[in-house]
Write a protein that binds this ligand. Structure first.
Ligand code: GLA
Length: 687
């Protein structure tokens, strides 16, 4: 783990898991604030995020600041023993800024101006926006830097809009000049002799014309990279201002689940901790899988514990039907985040608002007040989390890594002109992650810049675009004895989105030990039988590689269709390592068979043996003990979990050995002392 003194200071100040949420006192009369603080104390709240969208209340006119109310709220919270994550309010520019300077508004992909009345209605490349954002940030930071309630800086909120404005064109050109240096290099990278697109002057280069979907694919790709960097510049500018006023506390912003527009591998090193907002759909039980993946991604981005910045106490208000979280589900989801490395359980929001778009969004304190199920569950969880406080700051390790990279995503889904153009990259990665989660394996996520040392197996799903650095790292990894599971249409193009030569799949041809002469997307409704050498069978659909083994052996063949008798799944030896290649999209059972077979072949053991798939298991390791998190996602049935070691369930306080039974939606956090740390329970076989 990287040394992180600011987060260490934060953890020791909070003294356990941070618990609380977004607090918007500016939406309420002063008379409510005392009750808020009293109820926060009752619920065990120790951290609130203040001021996220309060710009209009803090600076009602340009340069006139009204901090009085915030002074009072900060003092009240401090008196109540509650720490503050103080936000810069720059995600929602006030109307005086946008009305006075319409160029602050972004123009969106479809050419429409994103007008006033929502939030995130700013163009991150607008110098005017940046100037005003810097001014409110400085004023806020200078005033509160040394307030005793201050524990953390929160910059903006869920950075987002992708602008297509004249000023973003200027910024794009500057970004391209930094990337390519010369127009010749840009023309080469963008392959501009195609359709006579050669540029002869930088001024001719513009953002992609999105509605005409057949625009230059490398320009589109670079635009995604550029926008992510432009948003990051906004974060960094505000971060540097708050740090110049106080630099011993963490600075961060909050990310979103599977968020397409910001490359979080580039963002994460710029902040002191990664933070995530997550809203798994309670109407979709399988949404817990994508939640777990996102949690693992957050932990992996910096290789350390992260902050769950927002979740819902119950229903959200942004979907067509907003289901409630049934009793126990909010608690389970909170432990799930902790299990995957979060050091907090925070919500949007503390008190349910009476108006505005989110008036029916749940809150820790709902409209119905303390006589409500949600409040009871919040109060119970707030009372329970201190029991596991010793696990805060503990780390996790994994021997399996799954690739999740934004360049891979953008190449596959943003640039058109592929053999098929309906890839769902997060869906594909989730499909490869699900069997590992259900088989109780610890998993890290990696990106193209990650070092693969320490892993035994790396899973690379549909990585169409790969850069040379990752290709080299992966090759080194396999040559040195690692195992790779790679799925079709991977390694095909380079970082400039140009087809690698001399044959598909360029970057991975030697690793896979085969070449592909044609990609055969399946026809609507078409599926194929596949058969393994041991007589096992399965089905596949969506895609077929017409593949020709070179050094690889065939693990499974198509048994039907035009490619009947030809290879579907390959195995190759490369250096001291092994490669499993899926030339098609197998059904879930077949995918699990290949993945789990490869995992077992690589010598990776699951965290649990013999537990049902609905039980999720993770381990966090502290100085004296390991913490085995066990979560039963079944809403209806109890689950018997054969324990790998004896320990004490910190949640119930009971000792556990043999088989532990979890009730539906039940949770246990088993403390297993490390050998030599004393007090190992009798019969402990902790490994
Ligand atoms: C996001 C935002 C919050 C709120 C919630 C609603 O996470 O950061 O301000 O809008 O969504 O679910």
């Amino acid at each position: 783990m990287i040394a992180n003194s600011r987060m260490d200071a934060f953890r020791s100040r909070i003294g356990g898991f941070a618990f609380g949420g977004d607090y918007n006192p500016e939406q309420w009369d002063r008379s409510v604030w005392d009750e808020d603080v009293a109820l926060m104390k009752r619920a065990g709240v120790n951290l609130v995020t203040l001021g996220v969208f309060a710009w209009a209340s803090l600076e009602p006119e340009p340069g006139r600041f009204t901090f009085g109310w915030l002074d009072e709220v900060m003092d009240l919270l401090h008196a109540g023993g509650i720490s503050v994550d103080l936000a810069t309010p720059t995600a929602a520019p006030p109307v005086w800024l946008t009305h006075g300077h319409p160029e602050v508004h972004p123009v969106m992909e479809d050419g429409e101006t994103f007008g006033f009345g929502n939030r995130l209605h700013f163009d991150p490349t607008s110098p005017r926006y940046r100037e005003h954002a810097a001014r409110i940030t400085r004023a806020l930071a200078e005033r509160y830097a040394h307030h005793p309630a201050l524990a953390m800086w929160h910059i903006g909120n869920e950075y987002g809009p992708t602008p297509y404005t004249p000023q973003s064109a200027v910024a794009f050109r500057a970004w391209l000049r930094r990337r390519y240096g010369t127009l010749d290099a840009l023309n080469d990278a963008w392959y501009t002799r195609f359709w006579s697109q050669v540029y002869t002057d930088w001024e001719q280069v513009n953002p992609p014309e999105i509605p005409r979907s057949w625009s230059n694919p490398t320009r589109r790709l670079d635009y995604k990279r550029f926008v992510s960097d432009a948003l990051l510049e906004c974060f960094v500018a505000e971060r540097d201002i708050v740090r110049s006023c106080r630099d011993d506390i963490p600075v961060l912003t909050n990310y979103m689940r599977f968020y397409r527009h910001a490359d979080y591998w580039r963002w994460a090193p710029e902040q002191d901790a990664v933070a995530l907002d997550i809203y798994p759909d309670p109407g979709q039980p399988d949404s817990r899988v994508a939640a777990a993946l996102n949690f693992d991604l957050m932990r992996s981005l910096r290789g350390e514990p992260w902050i769950l910045m927002e979740q819902a106490a119950s229903a959200v208000s942004q979907w067509k039907v907003n289901n409630v979280k049934r009793p126990g589900l909010m608690r389970l989801g909170s432990y799930q985040a902790i299990a995957h490395g979060s050091d907090s359980v925070l919500y949007f929001q503390w008190r349910a608002g009476r108006g505005g778009h989110e008036r029916f969004h749940s809150a820790m304190l709902p409209h119905s007040g303390t006589r409500s199920r949600t409040w009871r569950e919040i109060e119970e969880l707030g009372g329970e989390l201190p029991r596991i406080a010793e696990a805060v700051g503990s780390s996790s390790t994994a021997e399996i890594a799954v690739l999740f990279d934004w360049d891979a995503w953008w190449g596959l889904t943003e640039t058109h002109g592929l053999p098929r153009n309906d890839f769902d990259y997060p869906g594909v990665v989730t499909d490869h992650y699900r069997p590992l989660l259900q088989a109780h394996h610890a998993v890290d996520m990696v990106g193209y810049g990650s070092c693969l040392d320490g892993y035994r197996i790396v899973v690379v799903p549909n990585a169409y675009l790969v850069d040379d650095r990752f290709t080299e790292e992966l090759t080194r990894f396999v040559r040195g004895g690692g195992t790779l599971v790679c799925s079709f249409f991977s390694g095909v193009v380079d970082a400039a989105n140009q087809v690698r030569r001399p044959a598909y799949p360029g970057a991975f041809r030697e690793l896979i030990g085969a070449h592909v002469d044609e990609y055969w997307p399946a026809r609507e409704g078409e599926s194929f039988g596949i058969g393994f050498a041991d007589g096992g069978t399965g089905r596949a659909d969506w895609w077929q590689d017409s593949i020709h083994p070179e050094t690889a052996e065939v693990a499974a063949w198509y048994t039907t269709g035009l490619l009947g008798g030809r290879p579907a799944i390959l195995r190759n030896s490369f250096g001291a390592g092994r490669v499993h290649y899926l030339g098609t999209r197998p059904d879930a059972g077949t995918l699990a068979r290949v993945l789990l077979g490869a995992v077992a072949g690589a010598g990776v053991r699951p965290l649990l043996e013999g537990a049902p798939a609905e039980v999720e298991a993770t381990v966090r390791s502290g100085a004296d003990a390991r913490y085995l998190f066990l979560l039963n996602h079944s809403e209806t049935g109890p689950a018997g979990v054969p324990l790998p070691a004896a320990g004490v369930d910190l949640v119930s306080g009971a000792g556990a050995d043999g088989t532990l039974t979890l009730p539906p939606l039940g949770v246990a956090v088993l403390r297993i002392p490390l050998p030599g740390s004393g007090a190992a329970p009798a019969g402990s076989a902790a490994t």
